[in-house]
Write a protein that binds this ligand. Structure first.
Ligand code: SAM
Length: 308
């Protein structure tokens, strides 16, 4: 967060309406970041348990803890939620991806707009983007760029990366991609966008985290508890959409002529509500909201019988 580019929480009014925070409710903020969601939930009197895997969020979390007694912070991945929270909760919100603070700091290595070390790790664990790009074989690099960036020129980019190794900085990588792809006058986005997205998702295992986080959320929500997920690109949104659809399918198929069987096993969520997009006004005032989608699911009382 900086003065020129303050972090504005995305779809906050819609999140608030979905979660209905109030005294007595306990809500998990799975992605604390700058605490934009946590702050509104706490102001409404809810108890908040917040998670973030990034150790740089600790300072802000400590500041929240000194102001709000009903705030707890856990520095861990949200997929580990059930290891830290044992009682059922009323709501869980995810705001997936990187924060503006992470993008704005060149030393974190997420951005092709500034030069910095080629890192891209949200926490200090695991290998950096440079470790991966300087050691993996060409095919492996191409597969990552294609799978997580949906980049059709992934093979040409991987070939150019291998030829330019070793790479140490974000600028070196961005220049290799830009040189390989050239710039079409029609394309508004920087040609390096998809490659950077792919590497960030791969390095942080973001899609696996999301899948496991949704399963953890399902097991922690009370009946009628609310799951709210904000995602920013199709790969994430697809996972959330399929999860809610699959988890509610038995509900949709159940006949109203048959006796209702509580906890019959598979429909752990009610039929999903329509996805929510930000208003035009929000998109004008907050660039980051541009590609956001909010999906909301309401927990039933059924328990999942088989582990997927
Ligand atoms: C988009 S920001 C959240 C912003 C927040 N809603 C706000 O209003 O300030 C996403 C945050 O989630 C964290 N994060 C991403 N993946 C995570 C994971 N698997 N477990 C825990 N935190 C994660 C990132 O470190 C980042 O701080």
């Amino acid at each position: 967060m900086n003065a020129l580019n303050p972090h504005l929480p995305v779809l906050i009014d819609e999140i608030y309406a979905a979660l209905e925070p109030m005294p007595g409710k306990t809500i998990i903020d799975a992605t604390f970041g700058a605490g934009g969601y946590s702050k509104e939930l706490l102001k409404a009197g809810a108890n908040v348990i917040a998670f973030d895997r990034d150790p740089t969020t600790l300072t802000r979390a400590r500041c929240f803890a000194s102001k709000f007694e009903n705030f707890t912070f856990v520095q861990d991945c949200f997929a580990q939620m059930t290891a830290h929270v044992t009682s059922p909760v009323d709501g869980i919100v995810f705001d997936i991806g990187v924060s503006s603070m992470q993008l704005d700091r060149p030393e974190r290595g997420f951005s092709f707009m500034n030069d910095g070390p080629l890192d891209m790790r949200m926490s200090q664990a695991g290998m950096s983007a440079a470790d991966f790009l300087n050691s993996a074989d060409e095919e492996e690099i191409a597969n990552v760029i294609y799978t997580y960036g949906e980049e059709h020129a992934s093979r040409a980019i991987a070939r150019a990366i291998v030829a330019a190794r070793p790479l140490h900085t974000t600028k070196q990588l961005a220049d290799v991609v830009r040189k390989t792809l050239g710039r079409s006058p029609k394309e508004k986005k920087d040609p390096a966008t998809r490659t950077f997205q792919a590497l960030r998702i791969f390095i942080n295992q973001e899609l696996e985290e999301l899948e496991n986080g949704l399963m953890a959320a399902e097991s922690l929500l009370k009946p009628k508890g609310v799951l709210a997920v904000v995602s920013f690109h199709s790969l994430e949104d697809r996972i959330v959409k399929h999860f809610l659809r699959e988890s509610s399918q038995a509900e949709a198929q159940q006949s109203r002529h048959l006796p209702q069987t509580p906890a019959h096993g598979v429909c752990t969520f009610m039929k999903p509500l329509k996805p929510i997009k930000p208003s035009t006004l929000e998109v004008i005032t907050n660039q980051r909201a541009r590609s956001a989608t909010l999906r909301v699911g309401i927990r039933t009382q059924a328990q999942r019988l088989k582990v997927k």
